[in-house]
Design a protein around this ligand. Structure first.
Ligand code: BG6
Length: 255
């Protein structure tokens, strides 16, 4: 990178920080949709940011997804973070194993030399099962860790892309289309004003829990996610965004 490019990014970052009212913004070069290496760079930026902010005895809740998988890939031992514990943010959301929060959380912990706990909750639960399962002592203990997480790492997806990837039933797909769902994050589907239009019923982190965390870090890049990112941050409870240059430029259009 040229010096001028680096300072150009600092300007982009601070403009987005102001526009979306965030505490930290990191922009990496390129467009995730065009090059896989950009997703890797997002992962690296997130792993580096985490190593700077984390302290001992903290709990880190992580979602699934391919962006989070890159964060796990780029994670290194965290010497500043003795006795930290990684937990999945929510139970099964219908993702394939390599995209599941449990899998990613275990990989992150391994690379970071941290502890981890799994949340064994089946995919979309019936109302009855949900209420029974969250009262199970072993599950309850992990749910408490999740609700009190100090740091949350999550992806943001395009609503219909995510719903289809998760093999969501046709009636829910219809509902998402009708209610004009734009974005998805940790099982919540939001419209263009950031209102929740559908929520996958599973155990774990709820939108309200984001308020208790010190850092809620969104990692999402690629111009196909621009509308989703805007929608998520309309009522966004995340205070850090790690994205790419292509998204950054789009986010600033019309300002
Ligand atoms: C899911 C997360 O696993 O991944 C969501 O629960 C996120 O928060 C989604 O929207 C994004 O996936 P990807 O593959 O685009 O990073």
């Amino acid at each position: 990178l040229m010096m001028s490019e680096i300072s150009e990014f600092r300007v982009l970052e601070s403009q987005i920080k102001d526009k979306l009212q965030l505490d930290h913004v990191i922009v990496v070069p390129g467009n995730t949709d065009e090059q896989q290496s950009v997703k890797k760079a997002l992962g690296k930026a997130c792993a580096q940011f985490l190593s700077k902010i984390i302290t001992s005895d903290q709990t880190i809740a992580v979602t699934g997804g391919t962006s989070m998988a890159e964060v796990a890939e780029e994670m290194n031992p965290l010497p500043e973070a003795m006795n930290c514990t990684f937990v999945p943010a929510r139970g099964g959301l219908g993702e394939q194993v390599e995209n599941q929060a449990n899998t990613i959380c275990a990989q992150m912990a391994k690379k970071a030399n941290g502890n981890y706990r799994m949340l064994y909750v089946p995919d979309p639960l019936s109302e009855d099962t949900y209420h029974t399962i969250i009262e199970e002592p072993a599950i309850k203990e992990i749910l408490e860790l999740i609700h009190d997480a100090n740091i949350i790492l999550h992806g943001i997806g395009d609503a219909l892309t995510m719903a289809k990837r998760r093999k969501t039933s046709q009636d829910i797909l219809d509902h998402l289309t009708k209610s004009q769902a734009v974005s998805e994050a940790f099982g919540y589907y939001l419209d263009h004003e950031g209102n929740v239009v559908y929520k996958v019923r599973t155990a774990g982190m709820q939108l309200e829990d984001l308020e208790h965390a010190d850092y809620v870090i969104a990692v999402a890049g690629g111009t196909s996610k621009v509308e989703a990112i805007k929608s998520y941050f309309e009522q966004g409870k995340s205070n850090v965004l790690i994205t790419d240059e292509a998204v950054a430029n789009e986010l600033l259009k019309g300002t």
